[in-house]
Design a protein around this ligand. Structure first.
Ligand code: DLL
Length: 441
């Protein structure tokens, strides 16, 4: 067998026994090899012997992104540098990036994790996979690449950008699976349509989309326009990269966490206490098999919930809900909390709009102000002879405001722009333009 399906269907007791054994090994590994962890454990009076059950995980300190930055570049590595065969880094908006390292075993495990994920999403050995995630320091491109090869798929390492060429390759190589950020895939679909092609006639059957939040409405949009089944893949560099969790094509209802490699918790970000199944909070992961850079209770900043309910696909692993967004990206509009993905879900239900939007944050006196930029549908735009002051435009803007009020309980200003006015994504979409800092200088 190419990959270990058995691990996805283990009875709970067996999974938990395996997790405990691996947790104890990981804790010992960091305690013995990473001064940062040894010091943090010492502050709490802990040694690896204190981890006798999975519940003891709660005794361990959290790790946050700042810890990675403070130990830049290799301070959290738990193996000698001669054992490290790959480095990745996430860009980071300011200052130094966060760096992660992998041993050969880590790369092999990661490939297996992603191979499983692609198989769960519908990929099959012998078929072609078009990989439009960016190759480079970002984990998306190479992460999907190694998994796809491991599964036995002919992998097209096309990366992001050069969209017309991608479309030619899709026509000629006839992939069944396409991978990329949902926003970039939308860009590909739109470009196909502009070129007079019918995306539904392509060979594609499955999409594996992630690396950014996307709403259910965006899923419907991509599935309908491309004639595929689209599943959500989740991961982050600090924990390994893509493949930490994946939706199955059967249910498309929550992402199966690859629990033999990652232990999940959901915490209340204020109290830092664990919350029960079904309650939203911040995802926290502990790696169970990583050698080069294990993480203990890594706070992801991502908002989701988990469930132990069985899934129709037969996998027994815990599932997480789709990620609503990062805590940092949550907008507070006159006391109401809202994530851009929730706004997206409303916008995509409105027929007269293109599925592109941006939120612009500014400061008005002491208060934050949010404006929503959206694009009018191409056909509507031409029917109105491109007149954005037309009464019909004002009616549409009012409708958007009403829907946002009804469904997200927020009141914000809406600017309707011409088709194509919002920059298209070739990787992770920029949904929030934050002008507040610039304004206060
Ligand atoms: O985005 C890894 C990845 C690549 C995942 C390809 C899926 C596909 P980073 O660049 O470190 O790694 O960014 C990780 O992206 O903490 C989330 O905030 C966000 N994210 C990743 N997947 C999803 C998803 C990769 N499916 C950060 N839904 C994470 C929502 C996601 N957000």
């Amino acid at each position: 067998m190419i990959f270990n399906r058995e691990m996805e269907t283990l009875p709970r007791e067996d999974m938990e026994a395996l997790q405990l054994k691996r947790l104890q090994q990981s804790v010992r590994h960091v305690y013995e090899n990473v001064p940062f962890y040894r010091e943090k454990f010492a502050e709490k009076g802990l040694t690896p012997e204190d981890i006798q059950s999975l519940d003891d995980l709660k005794k361990l300190p959290f790790t946050v992104k700042k810890d990675l930055r403070n130990n830049y570049p290799f301070g959290l590595f738990a193996v000698d540098q001669s054992k490290v065969v790959r480095l990745h880094a996430s860009s980071g908006t300011s200052g130094k990036p966060t760096v992660v390292g992998y041993t050969r075993n880590d790369i092999d495990n990661w490939a297996e994790i992603v191979a499983r994920a692609i198989a769960a999403a519908g990929g099959k050995p012998g078929e072609v996979l078009h990989n439009a995630y960016g190759y480079g320091l970002f984990t998306g491109g190479l992460g999907l690449h190694y998994g796809s090869e491991k599964l036995g798929m002919a992998t097209v390492p096309v990366s992001g950008g050069n969209t017309e060429r991608q479309i030619m390759l899709i026509e000629d190589f006839k992939p069944t699976v396409i991978c990329g950020t949902p926003s970039y895939i939308l860009n590909i679909v739109e470009t196909m349509e502009k070129m007079g092609k019918n995306p539904q006639e392509s060979s594609l059957k499955y999409g594996i989309f992630g690396a950014e939040p996307w709403s259910m409405e965006m899923r419907h949009e991509l599935e309908n326009r491309l004639g595929i089944k689209a599943v959500d893949i989740y991961g982050l560099s600090e924990v390994i990269g893509p493949g930490v969790a994946i939706e199955c094509a059967e249910a498309q209802d929550g992402l199966h966490i690859q629990e033999d490699h990652f232990l999940v918790e959901v915490i209340d970000p204020e109290t830092l206490e664990n919350v029960p199944d079904g309650v939203e909070g911040e995802l926290v992961f502990t790696s169970l098999t990583k050698e080069a850079m294990p993480v203990i209770r890594y706070r992801t900043g991502d908002v989701a919930s988990i469930t132990h309910e069985p899934c129709v696909c037969g996998r027994t692993t815990v599932r997480m809900s789709r990620v609503k967004g990062r805590i940092d990206d949550m907008l507070i509009i006159r006391g109401i909390n809202v994530f851009p993905s929730e706004i997206e879900n409303v916008l995509l239900q409105i027929e007269e709009l293109e599925p592109h939007y941006q939120l612009v944050l500014t400061r008005k006196g002491p208060l934050d102000d949010v404006q929503l930029n959206v694009e009018i549908d191409r056909d509507v735009f031409y029917a109105l002879s491109g007149d954005l002051n037309h009464d019909k435009i004002k009616t549409i803007a009012r409708d958007i405001k009403r829907q946002l009020k009804n469904q997200c309980f927020i009141a914000i200003e809406v600017n309707i722009l011409a088709p194509g006015a919002i920059p298209r994504s070739e990787g992770k979409a920029v949904r929030i333009i934050d002008k507040r800092k610039a304004a206060s200088v």
